[in-house]
Design a protein around this ligand. Sequence first.
Ligand SMILES: C[S@@+](CC[C@H](N)C(=O)[O-])C[C@H]1O[C@@H](n2cnc3c(N)ncnc32)[C@H](O)[C@@H]1O
Length: 336
Amino acid sequence: MGTNEENPLGSNGSTAAGSSEGGAEQEAGHLPVMKDEVIVTLAPHSGSLQIDATLGGAGHAERILEASSPDGRLLGLDADPAAVVRGSRRLARFGDRAVLRQCNFRELEEVAPAAGFGQVDGLFLDLGLSSYQLGDVERGFGFRTGGRLDMRFDTSRGVPAADLLATMEAGELAALFRRYGEEPFAGRIARTIVERRPQSPVETAEELAALVEKAVPTPKGRRTHPATRVFQALRIAVNDELGSLEAGLAASLVLLRPGGRLVVLSYHSLEDRIVKRFIAGEQRGCVCPVEVPICVCGHKPRMRSLGKSQTPSAAEIHANPRSRSARLRGAERVAA
Ligand SMILES: C[S@@+](CC[C@H](N)C(=O)[O-])C[C@H]1O[C@@H](n2cnc3c(N)ncnc32)[C@H](O)[C@@H]1O
């Protein structure tokens, strides 16, 4: 599967080269993944209205604004308030061409029209987390961070990962690890967490990584940390990432004008499957069962796929190894 198997830090693969432990990564910032392919597929042009619903380090947003000079406008969103602050600094030179809001993109259908982006030419989603989040020791995204295991993109909402580990039954935890991490040792890891809970509950990312390392066998030659899948699963659950993705994709049908483009970068198979199915489903016309002779469903295509999925070039993977799990898909809204 295309999950974070290849990504030893449990991140989405879209981060800058470096490790989650060092200031080096923070200094390097976040390298926008497949930036040329994103611009070609999104095709922003002067005068266009674009939404970057996952601002992160604002690298893609900056390129979208450059490509839509002199008067294209961009609405940039992020659930993480720190990303919005960072983005507003990076995009300051574009003046009122860049409008930024802190929100979850599952609220896109309400937030975008309220910000003057009711009908847009492009919607871009670059899923997962940024290098800044991964490198922030207080947030618990990286294996070796000693701060509390939080993992929320928006720390003002929801339940931190440490609280899930402290309260869920072993069976529920195992199901979570299986569902969102496809973790083969889900049951064993969940039992270990619950059994040691009364004496020493798992509070930090470091403790969780060490616990998983002890609980599961490590096959020879394994290139990734044994806790990769567990970290991925927790992060997806804490942020309801798949539910947000479904809502964000649904919003594209409402917000994109005919000819407007949806571009999504995903980093593991659970996300990519949702994007792929969404585009395929919206591309279909009639969905009546084959035995029905005349269409009764009235379903019309609402999207047109922009071709096969794309992956990063060998040169990009070399320069930014964590980009290697990226997969880009694009679709164009078609008139009803
Ligand atoms: C991979 S980074 C984006 C990087 C960005 N494209 C760049 O060039 O720097 C993903 C960002 O999306 C944000 N994010 C993830 N899920 C979100 C959601 N449902 N709503 C809003 N922001 C989200 C994360 O907080 C993170 O900052």
